[in-house]
Design a protein around this ligand. Structure first.
Ligand SMILES: Nc1nc2c(c(=O)[nH]1)N[C@H]1C(S)=C(S)[C@@H](COP(=O)(O)OP(=O)(O)OC[C@H]3O[C@@H](n4cnc5c(=O)[nH]c(N)nc54)[C@H](O)[C@@H]3O)O[C@H]1N2
Ligand SMILES: Nc1nc2c(c(=O)[nH]1)N[C@H]1C(S)=C(S)[C@@H](COP(=O)(O)OP(=O)(O)OC[C@H]3O[C@@H](n4cnc5c(=O)[nH]c(N)nc54)[C@H](O)[C@@H]3O)O[C@H]1N2
Ligand SMILES: [Mo]
Length: 674
């Protein structure tokens, strides 16, 4: 029997799925042809969901540590024993050190609004430290919103009518593949595709033009483009006068960035910049798809804020097919009655999730004594792994890991709680790459003895004597709460909730071109000059000065990027053996000049290192990267190689805006091994 499902992975596409269930087992997964946006095709990862759910790697029973920390030695225990043990340790730590000594750590393993946030009320009631959920998109959001305002941006389908598509720091073919048919439709009608990315990724290979700029130099490039647009008068004076603030100051600032100056900063030629600026300025309908890449830099907020001003100069919003996409959808949010922020004691401290390594090894008053990890794999995904691993290895840290597989984080647990997958749970899925929302219902029973996140927190709440009603609601009741408490949202106005309840994908009430209706900035206009940024001590105008990884100086002359891998989803899908084999393990792209200067040949094992750590990988000598840049796609499970992984090389430094991790801002050196 085929059943409808929704992909829960942290990806902008949130695909409509059809899953084939035979004897309580998922045997096949394909795209739902009736999903208006994802239209019946899915990625290579999604096709492996049967193995992801039923594979040998799946954890099916609670486990308790029997060997030293990190040894991976565990013995099965019952759920009662597991929950009693976890509850007793939470009580012990809270009594002895105060509840803030408990740190919850979670992210996006399950994107449904019920299960993703199912721990919040529990930790609020406990008074545990709060987690600041900044690891992914906060800089991109802060930067974009400072210029164009909050809320959804141009719907991707609009781009089918564009004549110039600029893919700016997004590996669309890998991380947002359902956008591609709309881009190729435009291309059939003559549109050109420009990719702006430091390396020739899958998307750049398919582009008409690739601007292979140095990482962290997007603001400089955008300012030079503005320089040309203004100097050659390719701008919309009427729109600028009516709908923007700070143009005169912007004009002065852009004046400081002639293409010759940006060319040097960006590592591009002057001609490339001028040609791109003219193409953008003269396009009938220029469209930009911006990814998260430019914002994963120390000056990432500024980069995003600057590049997203380009459509305002030419008023791309008024040109059918034109505009800019950062994020879409986003509704409905969670329900306050499910999160219960009101239960949290006033003044409870907040820990930025980027700073996990610091929090586990250096934080005092109180120190973290209990880590409760769920829906995340920080040993692989959090920056500066050496410090994260030192924290996880602490004998006096009690670690709970709720997981589906024996990840590197799970290996360091005291108790492992086996989590049920999205195909075994019901939830409501909003999305950040299209404007549809959908409810997925369990296709099969939880595999083995696994339990949903909601079930697990309710079991713990009972043991701790928490009696609020939220700790006894069913999945369906939670979904109804979310709908009821979001009823006032304009995005849900007129939405067919019965169709939604039947499991159909339903379009939210969000215009395809929301910028035509104005800008949700403090001034209600596009802000070339941002008083809000000035108030935060930031430059109120776009600034093109790159900010580099300050550590190590000349000892580490190369930049290092760690973008997504086509077959992995952050660190997930490593557990699927057929996928792990196909990735071939960690690889690093090295330019031929860089390789030969260091005696590195194709296929050699190399060591990439800096002051924070090292990672070994197979050398892929290729002109797909710049001479000053190494690229390592994907977060491979380092658990076959202890103490390694791309995040050994990244830092916990925060971005200029949004307090995100500058994952793509690292200085390194590379040498052959042995
Ligand atoms: N297959 C697959 N899909 C995924 C994911 C995955 O891991 N694998 N991850 C999911 C998640 S959680 C997210 S947030 C999204 C992320 O999706 P993307 O936005 O596509 O990913 P990013 O890591 O932000 O990197 C995008 C591109 O930015 C480039 N880049 C890095 N630094 C710079 C810079 O300074 N300037 C410019 N112009 N480009 C730069 C990188 O080389 C990369 O090609 O993808 C989601 N989809
Ligand atoms: N170097 C570097 N680091 C990065 C990035 C990068 O580009 N470069 N990208 C960053 C980004 S954009 C993000 S969003 C973060 C992502 O950080 P995470 O959200 O931690 O990403 P995942 O690796 O997908 O880990 C999710 C974990 O949840 C588990 N899981 C999945 N579904 C379920 C479920 O239903 N129940 C339970 N119990 N567990 C489940 C999976 O097995 C997996 O181990 O990583 C960041 N880290
Ligand atoms: Mo992300």
């Amino acid at each position: 029997m085929w059943k409808r499902a929704v992909c829960t992975k942290d990806c902008p596409d949130t695909c409509g799925l059809l899953v084939k269930v035979e004897d309580g087992t998922i045997t096949k997964v394909k795209g739902d042809p009736e999903h208006p946006y994802t239209q019946g095709f899915i990625c290579k990862k999604g096709a492996r969901f049967p193995e992801h759910v039923h594979g040998a790697a799946r954890l099916t029973t609670p486990l308790k540590r029997t060997g030293p920390k990190g040894s991976g030695e565990f013995a099965p225990i019952t759920w009662d024993e597991a929950l009693d043990e976890v509850a007793a340790n939470i009580r012990r730590v809270a009594d002895e050190f105060g509840p803030e000594a408990v740190l919850p750590y979670s992210y996006a393993g399950h994107m449904g609004v019920v299960h993703r946030f199912a721990g919040h009320a529990f930790f609020n009631k406990l008074g545990a430290s709060r987690l600041d959920y900044t690891i992914c998109s906060a800089a991109a959001i802060a930067g974009f919103n400072a210029s164009l305002g909050s809320g959804p941006s141009t719907e991707i389908q609009e781009a089918a009518g564009a004549d110039l598509i600029v893919i700016w720091g997004s590996n669309t073919l890998v991380t947002n593949v359902h956008a591609w048919p709309h881009f190729t439709k435009a291309r059939k009608d003559g549109a050109k595709i420009v990719v702006i990315d430091p390396y020739r990724n899958h998307t750049a290979r398919e582009a008409d033009v690739h601007l292979m700029l140095r990482p962290g130099t997007d603001a400089a490039l955008a300012l030079a483009v503005m320089h040309v647009l203004i100097e050659e008068d390719m701008i919309d004076h009427g729109f600028i006068a009516a709908q923007t603030i700070g143009f005169d100051q912007l004009k002065e600032r852009a004046g400081e960035w002639p293409p010759s100056r940006a060319a040097e900063v960006c590592g591009l030629s002057e001609a490339e910049i001028v040609e791109f600026a003219r193409a953008y300025g003269t396009a009938r309908a220029p469209y930009i798809r911006t990814g998260w890449g430019p914002a994963r830099q120390l000056a990432g907020g500024m980069a995003m804020r600057t590049l997203c001003l380009l459509p305002a100069l030419v008023n791309a919003f008024a040109k059918p097919g034109g505009g800019i996409t950062r994020s879409l959808g986003g509704a409905p949010g969670t329900a306050p009655s499910l999160i219960r922020d009101d239960l949290r004691p006033a003044g409870t401290r907040t820990v930025n999730m980027v700073h996990l390594g610091h929090a586990l090894t250096e934080l005092a008053d109180p120190p973290v004594k209990l880590l409760y990890n769920y829906l995340s794999n920080p040993a692989a995904v959090a920056p500066q792994s050496a410090q994260v691993m030192a924290g996880l290895a602490r004998e006096d840290l009690f670690t709970v890991v709720q997981e589906m597989y024996m990840t590197d984080t799970a290996k360091f647990a005291d108790v492992i709680l086996p989590g049920a997958s999205f195909l075994e749970t019901g939830d409501l899925y909003r999305c950040y790459g299209h404007n549809y929302v959908q409810i997925g219902r369990p296709a099969i029973e939880p595999v083995g003895d696994s339990r949903s996140t909601l079930d697990i927190f309710q079991g713990l709440a009972k043991r701790l004597g928490f009696t609020e009603e939220v700790f006894s609601l069913t999945e369906e009741q939670c979904i109804e709460r979310v709908l009821a408490e979001s009823a006032g949202s304009p995005y849900l106005k007129g939405v067919d909730l019965d169709a939604l309840r039947r499991g159909e994908p339903v379009r939210l009430n969000i215009p395809a071109n929301p910028f035509a209706e104005g800008f949700k900035t403090p001034s209600g206009k596009v802000e070339f000059f941002s008083q809000a940024m000035a108030d935060q001590g930031l430059d109120p105008l776009p600034d093109g000065t790159p900010v580099r990884d300050p550590e190590g100086g000349d000892a580490y002359p190369l930049e290092y990027l760690t973008p997504p891998h086509p077959l992995l989803l952050n660190s997930a899908f490593n557990e699927v053996e057929s996928i792990r084999e196909r990735t071939g393990g960690p690889r690093v792209l090295i330019h031929p000049d860089t390789a030969s200067a260091r005696g590195i040949a194709q296929g050699m094992t190399v060591r990439v290192f800096n002051g924070r750590g090292q990672n070994t990988a197979r050398a892929e000598v290729t002109e797909d990267t710049r001479p000053d840049l190494l690229v390592a796609e994907g977060l491979h499970w380092p658990n076959q190689k202890p103490g390694e992984g791309s995040n050994q090389l990244t830092s916990q430094r925060l971005t200029d805006m949004g307090n995100t991790c500058a994952f793509h801002c690292n200085k390194v050196e590379v040498e052959p091994v042995g």
